[in-house]
Ligand binder design. Structure first.
Ligand code: MN
Length: 267
């Protein structure tokens, strides 16, 4: 057994098949500690629970191993583990496998990605892993290829390529209809991944409700070549290095003259 420790979490909840599939493969490369939410927090973003206490319980996972289920969000799970529940800091944090891609500028919605962000905030290298399931969310996709790839990447990161501070990897894996080894491409973030829209309806008591919804965009413009959205649309595995520092540094210099403006008092 390796002396390396991987903290595994997700945003789909501790019983999600993507988490179990990933754990089975990660068990081959390191000791895996699971801290995962007790419910589905998809699209929770980087929510941190500050207004109520959190609960953590030991549970037996579907593979029989002991894991930890928490009443918190994905970011809470990582915080709980890093701030005291793990005896020693993990060597790597892996979040996933999410049911559904997390690509483009929509990644800030993602709880899967948020957990990786929380990891690098704590100084631990992190990887977010998502499986593209297209528009189909009602069936149980095959996570095996995605899990094998994620474990191979985790082993690689543990061994030879430490990520720079403040950087994590966002990995998206296409759902392939035929078994084959997809090409791996390094990508940049694309634009919007979904066309969001509002569904209006009426509940059984006659009151209007609104339901936020969205469909994955399928038309990839040519200028999007090289993005994560383009990669999964073409059946490639996408790896995007993401930095937490979102500063647009060129505009800091360009707008520096604003510091000299008279902001208060008479113009
Ligand atoms: Mn999810």
């Amino acid at each position: 057994m390796s002396d390396r420790v991987i903290l595994l979490t997700n945003d789909d909840g501790i019983n999600a098949p993507g988490l179990i599939a990933l754990k089975e493969e990660l068990d081959r490369v390191a000791q895996v500690e699971v801290y995962a939410p007790d419910r589905n927090w998809s699209a929770a973003g980087r929510t941190l629970t500050l207004h109520k206490p959190l609960r953590v319980s030991e549970v037996h996972l579907l593979d029989g191993a002991v894991g930890h289920v928490t009443s918190g969000t994905p970011s809470d799970c990582v915080s709980l583990a890093l701030l005291g529940l793990l005896e020693e800091a993990p060597n790597l944090i892996v979040s996933g496998i999410n049911a559904g891609h997390n690509v483009g500028q929509d990644i800030t919605y993602s709880g899967t990605v948020a957990a990786a962000m929380e990891g690098v905030r704590g100084g631990i290298p992190a990887v977010a892993v998502s499986l593209d399931v297209g528009t189909e969310t009602s069936y149980d996709p095959d996570y095996s290829l995605a899990a094998q790839f994620a474990a191979r990447l985790a082993a690689f990161l543990l061994k030879e390529t430490p990520l720079p501070p403040g950087i994590f990897l966002n990995v998206n894996i296409p759902l392939l209809s035929t078994p084959r080894s997809p090409k791996v491409v390094l990508t940049r973030l694309g634009g919007q991944a979904y066309s969001n829209y509002l569904v209006k309806g009426e509940d059984p008591r006659g009151r209007t409700y609104y339901w936020l919804s969205g469909d994955p965009l399928t038309d990839i413009p040519p200028e999007d070549e090289g993005t994560d959205i383009w990669a999964i649309a073409n059946g490639f595995i996408s790896i995007t290095p993401i930095q937490l520092d979102m500063t647009e540094i060129s505009l800091v210099e360009k707008f520096r003259k604003w510091e000299k403006l008279r902001w208060f008092g008479k113009e």
